[in-house]
Each structure stands twice: as structure tokens, then as C-alpha cells.
Design a protein around this ligand. Structure first.
Ligand SMILES: [Zn+2]
Length: 271
């Protein structure tokens, strides 16, 4: 296996020629916008790790606590903004569209920053902080209310000493579909849950059709990129990693650009 190239000029040549670009983004690109991603060191909310709270079992046991955690994550987004990587990807999509080409974002991030940057073709593997799903009727709805319900007003503080709100279930966010009123949960994929099959089918389709792939803020050795990479490699599709870690390239055509996505991605995608 040859080592990955870091030849930006050569990569940009591929961008200019490509017809269908897939950009797979992960926690790294959100972290550069200052979004708490609850991964690795410092990944705590109060005394819990996200892996303790982002589970169906935790929600079943204490929906008030889990909603406090997600309320915090939603509210924090008001002060966070798309960074130059998000913006460069969105601008590239618009530019490509004018010449009948396409850019598709496949993201693990749930913060909605790609949409806010102006991207339109987005497949959200892990759902979205600003969507809810009803446990009773299954309705999925966009919800940007702040706070999402009256009882969560002023709640969700991340400090370890904060007391839990213990909000009664009937005061937690409820379904707005006429006559339902069921308890809703964040429409995000929790630990121990499967990714939505309809999204996976769309992802599969995009991977089949693309002729260039960028992995931004995620590495080709970590799921889910690790699962996509073999399909691309089998067709000889060039894959470029943009992240802070050095990893091996996924195939002989691989590129690796080390450093902040906010610097390298705009450089790679400039007109
Ligand atoms: Zn409902």
C-alpha cells in the first residue's frame, strides 16, 4: 500500500473534473465550530458520559434527565455557527449545481450546521437535534422551539453539581399531531440503535454514483467511513481525508490533508 498524497493541486484537479462529490463529515468539523460533541476527554455532561444518556434505556428510565441533556445541546447551538469548512462545502454545492454536477453531504453530526451553511443535499446518518419523534404515533417533526417546552426553561446546565429537574412526563415535550399528545424523544440515533434503513439506502446510492469522496473531520478507519471506504476503493474512487489525525489511506488513490478542516477544505474546494 502506498502512502497517501498531500498534493493539494492534484486533488483540486480531481474536484474540477468530478461530477458527483460525496462529502462525509464527522465530529471534527462540528468541534471546529465549538460544538460540544461529547466524545473523548471532556466528553461529560454533569457526571455522565454521552454513552450513558444517549440510549433508549436511559430515556425509558429517566426521560426528564435525557431531555435536559438534549435541551442543553439544542440551546448551545444558538451561539454556534457554521465554520469555513461548512461554508465551502455549501458554496461548492451551489457552484456545481449550475453546471449539472452535484455535491452530497453525508454527515454523522446532528447539529444542523450544514443546513445553516446553505447545503441542500444532506443525509443525516444520526438524525438531528432539532427533530423530534413521537413514541406513540411515530411522527417525526422539525422543532426549533426554545425552550422546547416550558418545564425545560433554564434547565440543562452541564455543571457536575447541578440538580436534576425531575420533570413529570406530561410536562416534557409532547407530540403536536392532532389528538396524539404522546411523549416525543429527540430524533437522533442512540447507542444500541440501528441507523434508519431509508437513509442507508440513499447513502448507498450516493456512494455508488459518486466519483470523488472527501472525509472531513472523521477518519477512514473509524465507522461509518470505514464501512463506506471499501465500496469506493473497489471502484477506484479517490478518497481524501481532511482531519487532525494521521491515518493510512484507504486506497492507492488516497489523499490525506492534515490540519483544521476550516483551513484545508476551503482551499480544496475553491473555484
Ligand atoms: Zn404522536
Amino acid at each position: 500500500m502506498s502512502s497517501p498524497s498531500s498534493d493539494m493541486k492534484a486533488f483540486r484537479e480531481l474536484v474540477h473534473q468530478c461530477k458527483s462529490l460525496v462529502v462525509l463529515t464527522g465530529a471534527g468539523v462540528s468541534a471546529e465550530s465549538g460544538v460540544p460533541t461529547f466524545r473523548g476527554a471532556g466528553g461529560y455532561w454533569r457526571r455522565w458520559n454521552a454513552t450513558d444518556l444517549a440510549t433508549p434505556g436511559a430515556f425509558h428510565e429517566n426521560p426528564s434527565l435525557v431531555w435536559e441533556f438534549y435541551h442543553y445541546r439544542r440551546e448551545v447551538m444558538a451561539s454556534k455557527h457554521p465554520n469555513p469548512a461548512h461554508i465551502a462545502i455549501a458554496e461548492c454545492e451551489k457552484r456545481f449545481k449550475r453546471s449539472g454536477r452535484k455535491v452530497t453531504v453525508i454527515t454523522q453530526n446532528i447539529d444542523g450546521l450544514h443546513k445553516r451553511a446553505g447545503s441542500n443535499r444532506i443525509l443525516e446518518l444520526h438524525g438531528n437535534l432539532f427533530k423530534t419523534r413521537c413514541l406513540k404515533c411515530g411522527d417525526v417533526a422539525v422543532n426549533v422551539d426554545s425552550p422546547i417546552c416550558e418545564a425545560l426553561q433554564g434547565r440543562g446546565a452541564p455543571d457536575p453539581g447541578t440538580e436534576s429537574a425531575l420533570i413529570p412526563e406530561e410536562q416534557l415535550p409532547r407530540c403536536k399531531v392532532g389528538g396524539c399528545g404522546g411523549l416525543v424523544r429527540p430524533h437522533v440515533v442512540w447507542f444500541g440503535e440501528c441507523l434508519e434503513s431509508s437513509i442507508l439506502e440513499e447513502v448507498d446510492q450516493e456512494l455508488k454514483n459518486c466519483d470523488l469522496c472527501m472525509l472531513v473531520g472523521t477518519s477512514s478507519v473509524v465507522y461509518p467511513a470505514a464501512g463506506f471506504a471499501p465500496a469506493l476503493a473497489a471502484r477506484g474512487v479517490p478518497v481524501a481525508e481532511f482531519n487532525m489525525e494521521t491515518t493510512w489511506a484507504t486506497n492507492q488513490l488516497g489523499f490525506h490533508f492534515h490540519g483544521p478542516a476550516g483551513e484545508n477544505v476551503p482551499e480544496a474546494l475553491k473555484p
